[in-house]
Design a protein. Structure first.
Ligand SMILES: Cc1cc2nc3c(=O)[nH]c(=O)nc-3n(C[C@H](O)[C@H](O)[C@H](O)COP(=O)(O)OP(=O)(O)OC[C@H]3O[C@@H](n4cnc5c(N)ncnc54)[C@H](O)[C@@H]3O)c2cc1C
Length: 483
């Protein structure tokens, strides 16, 4: 067994691990990064990028299907070549992974330790029984993994996760997606649009990451119109039958249905990789899910010399958050004990479904819990069904709800499903981070005709409800037609 003595050991070589390694290196040369799995990051290999590539192919089909609505009739039958679809997904995915690998290659070999690390105590790690590392400071950046009910393991190789989809050479005929959350919606809708027979089952009525009941109901209705989605499903039986999976379920009208599918895709959530790293050998204080508690501004845990970043922290499992947390955790591990608070940005998230889902700032649930009992917040709303530019583009489905604080008029957050939600969410997140009031947001320019005019309508509605602006009028002067 080899022994290393280092200033900083980073566990995990994904987005957060790479970021923490680089930030710690600014302070000391004595940093190692330990990676047990493949290099390349979850985001590039099996996450953000391949999922968006599959969505892009699905969008191409959807544009063709929508064309007759404009009087444009594509000639002949649309042929979807599953092999070509998956080939492009994997080819482009590999290109993105290649960029990450170039970064990994530039790290000196002696700083990269291969193998899975486990804590022996607060300052000691063992890697795969070949190396003991005595580290003055440690950053946990071990990411997360999909989780599903153990009984589904009986489905064998018919049970798949997102990683498996991006290894397919061809598209299957049918998939039952369990979990209409971010990953389930993105993959399920794309597969449906690419001609795969998709059934989507949820629990408790949850759709996407939404918390506003009105936006969630709209999302449920919209997706249900396109493919079978039961967000509160009653699946009676699921078992393997040859190369298929037999599913018996009660449909939304209460009738029993039986079906055979090629695969069951588990999109039922992800759990932080902290249960398999010998955490019990540390003195770390854990939350109810067994995740080390950490200060969100310093990423320091209850053990001063241990920091955490990325999905492992269970704070906000998104790429840009992993990068921010990594910068803070790595910087503090490097400069310890003189630690500093780092920048945490306003919350923003997007689901690349169609229509897209966007959430910014505090969620409706968080605001209701904080301000609901005193009635100290108001909600403004817009429907995109008659919104000018959205109708022009035949993308007039969706609703946006914006929340503001009584008295101060400050913009608190928003939830939406609708056209260009990824872009509207950015405008709103920038306003939120600048702590703008709704009136200040309305002072900003809005071009015509754009989807963002819908945002202006929602903000005007909110300002009126906050009693800070005039009542909403049906045909405003600056609105132009269809606002
Ligand atoms: C299908 C999908 C789509 C997504 N889409 C988006 C999106 O559109 N936008 C967005 O912002 N986010 C998206 N995400 C989330 C995003 O990918 C993650 O938030 C981000 O990758 C987390 O980075 P990380 O460094 O924490 O984890 P990872 O990149 O997973 O890195 C963790 C690393 O730690 C290693 N490791 C684990 N345990 C050990 C150990 N004991 N010893 C050594 N190494 C270990 C693992 O092998 C892994 O390489 C998506 C995720 C998925 C799955």
């Amino acid at each position: 067994m080899k022994t290393l003595n280092v200033d900083v050991a980073v566990i995990g070589g994904g987005t957060a691990g790479l970021g923490a390694y680089r930030a710690a290196k600014e302070h000391t040369d004595s940093v190692v990064m330990i990676e047990g799995g493949p290099y390349g990051t979850t985001c590039a290999r099996v996450g953000c990028m391949p999922s968006k590539l599959l969505i892009a192919a699905a969008e191409a089909v959807h544009h063709i299907e929508k064309a007759p609505g404009f009087g444009v009739h594509p000639m002949g039958e649309t042929k979807i070549n599953g092999r070509e679809v998956m080939d492009r997904v994997k080819r482009e995915r590999d290109r993105f992974v290649g960029f990450v690998l170039e970064g990994v290659d530039s790290i000196p070999a002696e700083d990269k330790i291969r193998g899975f690390a486990r804590f022996i105590d607060d300052n000691t790690l063992v890697v795969d029984d070949h190396t003991t590392i005595n580290a003055k400071r440690i950053v946990i950046a071990t990411g997360s993994r999909p989780s599903w009910p153990a009984v589904w393991n009986e489905l064998g190789d018919r049970l798949i996760i997102n990683d498996d989809v991006f290894e397919w050479d061809d598209l299957p005929e049918s998939v039952a997606v369990f979990g209409p959350g971010v990953i389930g919606l993105e993959l399920g809708q794309s597969l449906h649009r690419l001609g795969v027979n998709v059934l989507m089952f949820g629990m408790g009525g949850q759709v996407g990451p939404l918390t506003d009941p009105q936006v969630m109901a709209y999302a449920d209705k919209t997706f249900s119109e396109e493919f079978y989605l039961d967000a509160d499903s009653k699946v009676d039986m699921m078992q393997r039958e040859g190369d298929k999976v037999f599913i018996r379920y009660q449909d939304k009208s209460g009738d029993m249905q039986e079906t055979l599918v090629d695969y069951v895709l588990a999109a039922t959530g992800r759990r932080p990789n902290v249960d398999n790293i010998g955490i019990e050998n540390t003195t770390l204080t854990l939350d109810a899910r067994g995740v080390p508690l950490a200060d969100k501004f310093t990423m320091q845990t209850s053990v001063d010399s241990i920091f955490i970043a990325g999905d492992a922290s269970n704070q906000i499992p998104l790429l840009h958050e992993a990068a921010d947390q990594a910068r803070i955790a790595g910087d503090n591990a490097g400069r310890f004990p003189e630690i500093r608070v780092g920048l945490r940005r306003s919350k923003i998230s997007a689901v690349f479904s169609d229509p897209q889902i966007g959430m910014v700032g505090e969620s409706f649930r968080e605001i209701s819990q904080r301000l609901g009992t005193c009635g100290c917040f108001e909600t403004g709303e817009v429907s995109f069904e008659n919104q000018g530019r959205s109708r022009v583009m035949l993308r007039n489905k969706g609703m946006l709800r914006v929340y503001g604080e009584q008295g101060t008029g400050r913009f608190l957050g928003a939830e939406m499903i609708g056209p260009d939600a990824e872009h509207i969410a950015h405008l709103l997140a920038w306003a939120h981070q600048n702590q703008m009031t709704v009136s200040q947001m309305l002072d900003m320019p809005f071009y015509h005709p754009v989807v963002e005019e819908g945002l202006r309508t929602a903000l005007r509605d909110l300002n009126a409800r906050l009693k800070l602006g005039p009542e909403m009028i049906k045909h405003c002067l600056d609105c132009g037609p269809g606002c």
